[in-house]
Design a binder for this molecule. Sequence first.
Ligand code: 5GP
Ligand code: ZN
Length: 120
Amino acid sequence: MDCLFCKIIREEIPAKTIYEDEKVIAFNDINPQAPFHALVIPRQHISTLNDISEQDREVVGHMVMVAARLAEEQGFASDGYRAVFNCNNHGGQTVFHIHLHVLGGKAMGWPPYQAKLKSL
Ligand code: 5GP
Ligand code: ZN
């Protein structure tokens, strides 16, 4: 399948893998937005959050568990972190294989794009 993250799973494109098991892999984002920025992805191809179905309940739950475990391992679980799924155009999704961003190691603002909204 011509999907960037499927290629990473098949090791056709290199990535800095930091966790893997039979359901998911996690690797460092190529363009980190925080001192720690990893992506947790399912081994099975699912394009967007809109495409998850009942049978994906376990793998999507597992992605969240892995994100929390990575935060604990990295030592920023209690300080806090951000775990995000972007979906489609308005969500800012650019790679159409679902991925959970895990960002930590600095304080992050909320809501996103606040400055832009204020100027409207
Ligand atoms: P999205 O914008 O779809 O939510 O997030 C896609 C993420 O994938 C971006 O943060 C981007 O930096 C990351 N990314 C895109 N291409 C690659 C790649 O080839 N390798 C890695 N490790 N990350 C990538
Ligand atoms: Zn894929």
